[in-house]
Design a protein. Structure first.
Length: 372
């Protein structure tokens, strides 16, 4: 029983080109509908889902009747533009059969490295997830150049897992998982069931590159697991053609390769948050709140805040300082600066009366607080 998998609330599911396109013969719609059925079941069980789907280039190639992947960038980009249409159509119509909507998100490297665009992408994705719509993400192939490509969607999926703070990244591929040698030329290779993502011994086994359609191979999947681990996510690399693969993962069955983060979810997430987000404002605490945070490991309630400085939105990072200006902690604010102004010094029970709604009783939850 894999409790980290069965208990995961937010999944990023990545489906590679090799799998989606039935070995180059266009999109494998039958396989897609089987995954969709399972994703809908996960959704019904309360799992929040984000889908990262490759296959634009491969689907475009098949629409154009091309059998070999072109090497010229503009041809690849043209194929991606053509194929992306079919790809999102296929996902949307398949999910629609179950009364679910999808939303297309095309991302580039710049979108995730630029702070503002990063936060925009994050809020949009969160809004979609809250609306119970399934975001279908791919790289924005038509506008990227070689230098700024993610190149493989394994890396993109891991960065998305960081972005949405997923607990689980599921990489569906054409092999049953990660083997201790490339199964293409080692028929005796054994499946690795569990490992730590940072285990250096894995570098040697994930050595070779991807197949004819996919780009990454195991190396990028391993790198993806390490990136995902930075925000505390577990990664599963598993065969997308295994019967009822997602259902069986959810049930805790030991299939595929589970790669675990070195630290617990919370510690990893906090460290990642600390290094990742710019601070947008300051909350000046009273003495009681200072000791609740620094000694009691408590959340920050509005009642313990004396002053709000700066301009921040819900979900942005703020600095918490003592009355003498000493920095105590940093954390993600549950309310914007304007809202915070209205509720500071007040009990959490009065938030609804003051704002007309209540997001959370805490101004900063302790899970999102990093003590300094
Ligand atoms: N140690 C390994 N275990 C499993 N597969 C490996 C390993 N090393 C290399 N591979 C290759 O990686 C391929 C999967 O990567 P890729 O073709 O990029 O697929 P995808 O499109 O799913 O990302 C497999 O078909 C396999 O041949
Ligand atoms: N953005 C590209 C995907 C790149 C790629 O091949 O990724 P993958 O098959 O996941 O290794 C596409 O949609 O064709």
């Amino acid at each position: 029983m894999r409790s980290k998998v069965t208990g995961a609330q937010r999944w990023v599911v990545k489906i590679g080109s090799a799998l989606l396109t039935a070995d180059g013969k266009g999109l494998d719609r039958a396989a897609m509908s089987v995954w969709v059925e399972q994703m809908v079941a996960l959704h019904e069980a309360g799992v929040e889902l984000v889908l990262v789907s490759s296959g634009a280039v491969a689907a475009g190639m098949s629409r154009l009747g091309w059998t070999a992947r072109p090497s010229a960038m503009h041809e690849l980009q043209a194929a991606a533009a053509i194929g992306q249409m079919g790809l999102v159509q296929a996902w949307e119509s398949s999910f629609a059969e179950h009364g679910r909507h999808t939303a297309q998100i095309l991302l580039t490297h710049d979108d995730l490295s630029d702070r503002k665009r990063y936060l925009n992408a994050r809020s949009t994705l969160r809004a979609l997830v809250e609306l119970k719509v399934i975001p279908v993400i791919n790289e924005n192939d038509t506008v990227v150049t070689d230098e700024i490509r993610f190149g493989d969607n394994d890396t993109l999926a891991a960065l998305v897992a960081n972005l949405v703070e997923a607990d689980l990244l599921v990489i569906l591929t054409d092999r049953d998982g990660m083997f201790d040698a490339d199964p293409r030329n080692n028929p005796d290779a054994q499946l690795i069931y569990e490992a730590r993502a940072d285990d250096p011994a894995l570098d040697a086994v994930a050595g070779s590159v991807g197949g004819a359609l996919g780009r990454g191979g195991m190396q990028t999947k391993l790198r993806a697991a390490r990136l995902a681990a930075r925000s505390g996510a577990h990664t599963i690399i598993v065969g997308g053609r295994l019967e009822r693969v997602l259902d069986r993962l959810k049930a805790g069955e030991r299939i595929g390769t589970l790669l675990s983060p070195e630290r617990g979810m919370l510690a990893a997430r906090k460290q990642w948050l600390a290094g990742h987000l710019q601070t947008r404002g300051t909350l000046v605490l009273d003495a009681g709140a200072v000791s609740a945070l620094s000694q009691g490991n408590k959340s920050l309630l509005p009642v313990g805040v004396k002053l709000v400085q700066g301009s921040f939105r819900r979900g942005e990072m703020v600095v918490c300082v003592a009355p003498d200006g000493r920095e105590i902690a940093r954390g993600l604010a549950n309310y914007s600066a304007l809202e915070a102004q209205k509720i500071i010094g007040q009990s959490s029970e009065s938030i609804v009366g003051l704002l007309g709604y209540m997001a959370e009783p805490e101004l900063v939850h302790r899970d999102n607080l990093i003590l300094v």
